[in-house]
Design a protein around this ligand. Structure first.
Ligand code: ADP
Ligand code: MG
Length: 459
């Protein structure tokens, strides 16, 4: 039966989940409505129990083998089997489906429940695509996840929204829990830290609070900028931080900017945060975006069998959606879901239709500077001349073209544009714009140039 059940499970949970979580399960016994599995670590048992035991049960029942409970025990070398998690503890956490909820689990050590945040099962090192913009952050996170002696403390990860900070922190937690199931790993957001703190104050449980936070082996606090300006929370955070560093426990922090740039954060905290390794996640580049899309597309192909993805679609998306990875992923999710609904091949046209709003929203904000560079390059003049005071016609015309495009393609006002053209008056800019408009009507070479430049600048 287990063989049949497994085959069904591949379809239910998807290949990735299957390979990671189901395949390693060893069925030890099946009687009296209880299916007993052996798992490699207690964390593994918790995970499967929370996320997949409903599916496992359902598939056994489908296959005509009544199962009411699924139990997991950890294979232990010396003492035989030690109970990890009872299937009964599994309460309705659902398995990720492309449009559905993500599987989640609480980080926990073998015996205790730490008040951690939910971890996303998909945020692992395996699913993290490494490129130039994030290779340092990734390497540092890997180092921490190896769980060796603490070599830098804290690890401070920072970067803009959707660049993978949370993903990396969850990946560290997963990896540590698989490698060292007994390690007390606590991951939570700064907001949750504050919430716990306030709650402890209110319930007069500060001793418990302090004891709990000081007893972890690895503390990870996400989005620490949140506690800026919150004085008593900062104070408590500072003490927790110091206590753990003194015990040589690893700390990982993330924020949306560098420690020194977080406003309303006490100086002593800033300098503490800077003591370890500070690494930033840079904005994605085209290669990284494409890599991420390729990985996701692979996953979706296994979910939606038979869907055809035309060449160039992923390249198109990587090119056009430059804001953040979350938006990029959302676009792909929608595209696959839509295509599977209407049963059509995913073509460039379909992508353009189905993602029109996302594409519009993420249209690059073109800068005057970019326009000037492009125009200078096109007409083969120096950028400094283009902006400078020279009145030679060979320069004045390209300059007017750049003014015209700046007016057309950005939302800048004439005075703002003037400022970026060496402090020219807005009437000069207006004159330049008018001149080009006038010439365009008769000068087909100029009209062509403008078309080409626009296309290039739109990317
Ligand atoms: P942040 O915490 O920096 O705002 P997240 O870690 O939440 O960003 O990432 C946003 C989304 O983008 C997540 O779904 C995450 O898996 C994905 N993501 C970001 N960077 C990468 C990457 N390098 N490889 C794969 N997925 C990524
Ligand atoms: Mg985050």
């Amino acid at each position: 039966t287990w063989g049949r059940v497994r085959e069904e499970l591949i379809k239910r949970v998807g290949r990735n989940n299957y390979v990671t979580w189901i395949e390693p399960l060893k069925l030890n016994g099946l009687k009296n409505g209880v299916a007993q599995f052996e798992v490699p670590t207690s964390f593994f048992g918790t995970w499967v129990s929370r996320n997949f035991s409903d599916h496992i049960r359902a598939q056994f029942n489908q296959a005509g083998e009544p199962v009411e409970r699924v139990e997991f025990s950890v294979a232990s070398v010396a003492a035989g089997l030690r109970p990890a998690t009872q299937g009964a503890a599994a309460n309705g956490t659902r398995v990720a489906e492309p449009s559905g909820q993500r599987p989640a689990s609480r980080p926990r050590s073998a015996d205790d429940d730490l008040p951690g945040a939910q971890l996303d099962a998909r945020f692992t090192f395996d699913s993290f695509v490494v490129g130039k913009p994030n290779e340092l952050a990734h390497a540092a996170a890997r180092r921490v996840a190896e769980g060796g002696p603490v070599s830098f403390n804290p690890l401070f990860l920072y970067g803009g929204v959707g660049l993978g900070k949370t993903h990396l922190m969850h990946a560290i937690a997963h990896e540590l829990m698989v490698r060292q199931p007994d390690l007390r790993v606590l991951y939570l957001s700064a907001e949750q830290f504050m919430y716990r703190f306030v709650q402890a104050l209110r319930d007069r449980q500060m001793m418990d609070f302090k004891e709990m936070f000081r007893s972890v082996d690895v503390l990870m606090v996400d989005d620490v900028q949140f506690i800026a300006g919150k004085d008593s929370t900062q104070e408590e955070f500072f003490h927790t931080f110091n206590a753990l560093v003194d015990q040589n426990k690893q700390i990982v922090i993330s924020a949306d900017r560098a420690p020194g740039e977080i406003k309303d954060l006490e100086d002593r905290i800033k300098s503490r945060l800077q003591c370890g390794l500070v690494v930033d996640l840079h904005p994605t580049d085209y290669e990284l975006r494409l890599g991420i899309l390729q990985q996701k597309a692979e996953y979706y192909r296994s979910q939606y069998r038979g869907l055809i993805l035309s060449d160039g679609v992923l390249e198109f998306l990587a090119h056009r959606i430059t804001t953040n990875v979350r938006v990029l992923e959302g676009a792909l999710t929608r595209l696959f879901a839509f295509a599977s609904l209407v049963g059509r091949e995913i073509t460039l046209e379909l992508a353009q239709d189905c993602l029109a709003d996302i594409l519009r929203a993420s249209d690059r904000k073109l800068t005057i500077e970019e326009i000037q560079r492009k125009v200078a390059e096109h007409y083969n003049v120096r950028l400094s001349d283009l902006i400078g005071p020279k009145r030679l016609r060979a320069i004045a015309r390209p300059r007017q073209v750049a003014m015209y495009l700046s007016k057309q393609m950005t939302h800048r006002s004439l005075p703002e544009i003037g400022k970026r053209f060496g402090g020219r008056d807005h009437t000069t800019i207006m004159h330049g714009v008018r001149k080009i408009e006038e010439l365009m009507a008769t000068d087909s070479q100029l009209a062509d140039d403008l078309q080409l430049l626009k296309r290039q600048l739109q990317g």
